[in-house]
Design a protein around this ligand. Structure first.
Ligand code: PHE
Length: 342
C-alpha cells in the first residue's frame, strides 16, 4: 500500500466509523459499532494499524500521524455517544410518572416549643392570657422592684450578664410580673413564656440561655389555696395522674415561697436516673406575691393579693422525653429532633 492509498483507506474508515458510532440507537448498537471499528481483534482501526507495517520508511511518519488522528476521533465519538445514550436512559427513568414521589422533609417544632405550647394551652383553658416582656431589662425591673436586697448574690457580675452602659439580660421572667401589674388593673391572670440569661457554664443540666414560663394571678381574696389547686390541676393535666409535693423555699419576691415537685413519670416514684433516684422531678418555684412587689408596681397590697410561679420548660422536656443531656436541646441536630417531632 502506498501513502495515498493508505490515507484514503484511513478517510474511509474514519467516515464510515463516524456514521456507525453516531447513529447507534442504543447501547447494543453502539457496542456492535465499537467492535466493528475499535475492536482489538477484528476492528477496522486495528487493521489500519497493521497496514502501517507495509508503508515505506519515508512515508511512515505521515501515515502514522493520519492513523492516530482517525483512531483518536473514533474513540472520542464513541465516548460521546456512550454518555449520550446513558443520559437518555436515566432521564427516561426520572420522567417516569408512575414512580412513587420522594418523601418530603417538612421540619418540625422543637421539643421545648412543644412543651411551652402545651402548657400555654392548659393555662388558657384556666382563663390565663399570654403576655411577653423585653429580654434586655433594667436592674430595677429584674431585681429592685422584685424586692431583691442590694447585696443579693444574683446581682453579682458573676451571675448576671450586664449590658455595656446600662441594663442587663433578664435572669428570669419575673420582671414581666411587674410590667404586667403596672399596665393592667386586677383581676390579672397571665402566663409569660420567654428566654432568660445567666452566667452559667454549659453542662449536662445548665445552659447560659434558656426558656422560662412565668405565671401570675392577682385579685381580691387570692390565697395559697388558689396557688396549690391551680398548679395541681396543671400537673394533673400535663403529667397525667402524677402526685405533687410542695417544699418550703425562698425567693425575695414571694412570701411564703414553695418549690413544686411532680412524681417522676418514668419510674412512678420508685427512683431512677431521670429523677436522680429521688422519685420526684423539680418543676417550678412559686409563692404568694410579696406585698413590696405589688406596691412597687403601684398596686394596693391591702386590697389585692396574688401568687406567681416560674418554671423551666427545658427541664420538663428532658423528663418528659427521657433526654439524658440538656445540651442536645441546643444542638439543632435533626436526627435527634425528628425522634420527638409530632
Ligand atoms: N424567678 C424565679 C427563678 O427564676 C422563679 C419564680 C417565679 C419563683 C415566680 C417564684 C415566683 O428561679
Amino acid at each position: 500500500m502506498n501513502l495515498s492509498e493508505y490515507l484514503s483507506e484511513a478517510d474511509t474508515i474514519e467516515r464510515e466509523g463516524s456514521t456507525a458510532l453516531q447513529s447507534a440507537a442504543d447501547a447494543d448498537a453502539l457496542e456492535a459499532a465499537r467492535i466493528a471499528f475499535l475492536g482489538d481483534r477484528q476492528g477496522r482501526v486495528k487493521g489500519l494499524q497493521e497496514a502501517l507495517r507495509g508503508i515505506s520508511k519515508e512515508d511512515k511518519p505521515a501515515a502514522g500521524k493520519r492513523f492516530n488522528e482517525a483512531r483518536t476521533r473514533l474513540e472520542a465519538l464513541h465516548a460521546e455517544r456512550k454518555s449520550a445514550i446513558e443520559r437518555a436512559t436515566t432521564s427516561g427513568v426520572q420522567d417516569d410518572p408512575s414512580l412513587p414521589a420522594r418523601r418530603q422533609w417538612r421540619g418540625a417544632k422543637h421539643p421545648v416549643t412543644l412543651v411551652i405550647e402545651e402548657i400555654e394551652g392548659i393555662f388558657r383553658e384556666l382563663g390565663f392570657t399570654i403576655a411577653q416582656g423585653p429580654e434586655a431589662e433594667t436592674e430595677w425591673y429584674n431585681f429592685g422592684a422584685l424586692n431583691f436586697p442590694s447585696n443579693h448574690p444574683a446581682l453579682d457580675a458573676h451571675d448576671t450578664l450586664y449590658l455595656e452602659g446600662q441594663g442587663l439580660l433578664r435572669t428570669h421572667t419575673s420582671p414581666v410580673q411587674v410590667r404586667t401589674l403596672q399596665k393592667y388593673e386586677p383581676p390579672i391572670r397571665v402566663l409569660i413564656p420567654g428566654n432568660v440569661y445567666r452566667r452559667d457554664f454549659f453542662d449536662a443540666s445548665h445552659a447560659p440561655a434558656f426558656a422560662q414560663i412565668e405565671g401570675l394571678c392577682v385579685d381580691e381574696g387570692i390565697s395559697f389555696v388558689d396557688l396549690k389547686s391551680t398548679l395541681n390541676r396543671f400537673a394533673e393535666r400535663f403529667f397525667g395522674a402524677s402526685r405533687t409535693r410542695f417544699r418550703p423555699s425562698f425567693f425575695p419576691f414571694t412570701e411564703p415561697s414553695a418549690e413544686m415537685d411532680v412524681q417522676c413519670g418514668i419510674c412512678g416514684g420508685s427512683g431512677c436516673a431521670a429523677c436522680k433516684g429521688t422519685g420526684w422531678i423539680e418543676i417550678l418555684g412559686s409563692g404568694m406575691v410579696h406585698p413590696n412587689v405589688l406596691e412597687a408596681a403601684g398596686i394596693d397590697s391591702e386590697r389585692y393579693t396574688g401568687w406567681a410561679f416560674g418554671m423551666g420548660p427545658a427541664r420538663i422536656a428532658i423528663s418528659r422525653y427521657g433526654i439524658p443531656d440538656i445540651r442536645v436541646l441546643y444542638d439543632s441536630d435533626v436526627r435527634f429532633l425528628e425522634q420527638i417531632a409530632e
